[in-house]
Write a protein that binds this ligand. Structure first.
Ligand SMILES: CC(=O)N[C@H]1[C@@H](OP(=O)(O)O)O[C@H](CO)[C@@H](O)[C@@H]1O
Ligand SMILES: [Mg+2]
Length: 566
């Protein structure tokens, strides 16, 4: 009891140092709390408490990442990684919201005590907690890291370990690896990626090496954390000629400003630092915290238009490759042949281009949809032996179930002793290497990039050949600023508006006017806006559909002031 009294006074005293900014309202949202960096000290302090409680209750290490990803440099944010390296369980989000918005220290203390009782968490010592901290390169990150440490230290027994400046996926990877008892430092991360990449490159069929495509790749680092990390990783690799631009070095530009994966994917134009000299060259863009990856090529010397190869096409490339390896493994060659069943599942959101879904289905693949946000996609992908998920914006990965990996290891061992070097053996080795290369905790631009590169080499494909897998349907995304975005409630993986009443009928009526029209709206979970997405058979039609629906949204929900469309 004495310790509980100590815990209460420690929490009260620490919380009094981080008052809630007046008028602020925080929500855990699609990917943690986000706001202007200058507003977030109290939120990050409270996220520190949240992380400590999460570690206490699971008995494992958790992560706390300070980043606002692709958002402007003045913004920042914080999110928690669960012991498996994935996003914090959604069950805790209401508590996270309540904690972040508790008006006074006494209120905060009551919330912690009550929640700890409900969740059977022993506070006041006796149990230990460990939290790995990471942050991206934002200037507000250092002070916010200090706030996180103070939040963690406000829970007796909790220890913060500062892992320094990291990409978001590196932190998630470290949490996962540490809890699995595996090597979990940054050099270990680089070693795992470079080794498994080499393994895949060594398994590129000899006949493909003759007409090997260009090994040159130019990467836009969004002036964020990913460029520098790629430079480090590059030193440990051979077989690729990588050039990093918008690397975040002083003077090169501002984080996410006219560069990075979000800009390239949404605007479909050449990012800063790229131009006429890059026509036809394979280029890629990371976002500010390097958990998103898109590819593109510059189309002409005279315009800023690009051929975008987005998350949907990365997904298609990976799906084709994995499917091929599985079918090689299942080729009946001799009497010893044993079937190697594997359930392969593809997970997309409503933002996936309709042409990508058609393509994947036509390959005979099972495609399912979830709401926006990795927390939903990841969970769904875990239901398969191999689950591949990607958001159109380039966030995604491939998940392998433990059962599948142990079956694969067993088959690999058998093949290694009986038919080493056979096509079956190579396919097993490739799948094992992919499971090592691709981040199993969360989508990761660095590991995704290496897998794309290895698969392109395997296929002998240029970026143009890859892009031709299917043609994207023209699409348009708009943002509408409304008085209260929570007034929009959706269903069916966000494709139908349930509230406000009558809006869905209006969207349906607009959509029906267009050939191959598809349109949906949803409240953003990271920005204070409603997003409108439209697709149709021509760009003009997609633009028209998006604009007319945006106007209806504004009419139903907007301010009395003129439209604010972006
Ligand atoms: C249309 C879009 O790109 N939405 C993004 C964006 O979420 P919103 O809830 O749409 O703001 O940020 C999320 C976090 O990075 C990402 O998961 C998601 O895909
Ligand atoms: Mg990001």
């Amino acid at each position: 009891m004495a310790d509980e009294a100590k815990q209460r006074s420690l929490l009260l005293e620490s919380a009094s140092r981080f008052p809630l900014p007046s008028g602020a309202k925080f929500s855990y949202g699609t990917a943690g709390f986000r706001s202007q960096g200058s507003m977030l000290a109290s939120t990050v302090f409270r996220a520190g408490i949240l992380a400590a409680l999460r570690s206490l209750t699971t008995g494992s290490t958790v992560g706390l990442m300070i980043t606002a990803s692709h958002n402007p440099v003045a913004d920042n944010g914080v999110k928690i990684a669960d012991p498996d390296g994935g996003m914090m369980t959604q069950r805790w989000e209401p508590f996270a919201d309540a904690l972040a918005n508790a008006p006074y220290p006494e209120h905060l203390l009551q919330l912690v005590i009550q929640f700890s009782k409900e969740e059977n968490i022993t506070i006041g010592g006796g149990q230990s907690a460990q939290i790995l901290l990471g942050r991206d390169t934002r200037p507000s990150g250092e002070a916010l890291l200090e706030a996180a440490k103070q939040g963690i230290n406000a829970i007796i027994g909790a220890v913060a370990i500062d892992m320094g400046i990291l990409t978001t996926p590196q932190l998630h990877w470290m949490v996962r690896s540490r809890n699995k008892g595996m090597k979990a430092s940054e050099p270990d991360y680089f070693t795992q990626l470079s080794r498994s990449f080499k393994c895949l490159m060594d398994l590129v069929p000899k006949e493909k090496i003759k007409d090997r495509m260009d090994t040159k790749l130019v990467v836009d680092g969004a002036n964020g954390v990913g460029g520098g990390k790629l430079e480090e990783l590059k030193k440990m690799m051979t077989g690729l000629e990588i050039y990093v631009r918008n690397s975040g070095k002083k003077g090169e530009g501002i984080l996410n400003e006219r560069c990075g994966a979000d800009y390239v994917q949404k605007e479909k134009v050449v990012p800063c630092g790229f131009g006429p000299d890059d026509v036809g060259i394979r280029c890629a863009s990371f976002d500010g915290d390097a958990d998103r990856l898109v590819y593109f090529s510059v189309l002409s010397q005279s315009s800023d238009s690009i051929d975008l190869v987005d998350g949907d096409k990365i997904l298609a490339l990976f799906a084709v490759f994995i499917k091929e390896q599985l079918s090689i493994l299942n080729q009946k060659e001799n009497e010893l042949y044993k079937e190697f069943p594997a359930r392969l599942g593809i997970v997309q959101t409503a933002y996936a281009n309709g042409a990508s879904t058609d393509y994947l289905k036509q390959l005979g693949l099972e495609v399912v949809f979830t709401p926006t946000g990795v927390k939903y996609l990841h969970k769904k992908a875990l239901e398969y032996d191999i689950g591949i998920y990607f958001e159109a914006n380039g966030h995604g990965t491939i998940l392998f179930s433990e059962n599948f990996i142990s079956r694969l290891e067993a088959v690999n061992n058998e093949l290694a002793s009986g038919s080493a070097g056979s096509e079956h053996h190579k396919a097993a080795l490739r799948l094992l290497a992919v499971s090592q290369l691709i981040n199993q905790a969360v989508g990761d631009a660095l590991s995704g990039l290496l897998l794309v590169e290895a698969v392109l080499q395997y296929m002998g494909w240029s970026i143009q050949r890859w892009s031709e897998l299917y043609s994207d349907l023209p699409s348009r995304q708009l943002k509408v600023k409304v008085a209260d975005r929570s007034a929009v409630v959706t269903a069916n993986a966000e494709t139908q508006v349930v509230k406000p009443l009558g809006l869905q009928e209006v969207i349906d009526a607009e959509t029906a006017k267009y050939n191959r029209g598809r349109c949906f709206i949803r409240p953003s979970g990271t920005e204070d806006i409603i997003r409108v997405y439209a697709e149709a058979s021509t760009q003009e039609a997609a633009d028209g559909l998006a604009h007319s629906v945006a106007q209806h949204v504004d009419h139903f929900l907007g301010f009395c002031s003129p439209h604010q469309l972006a």
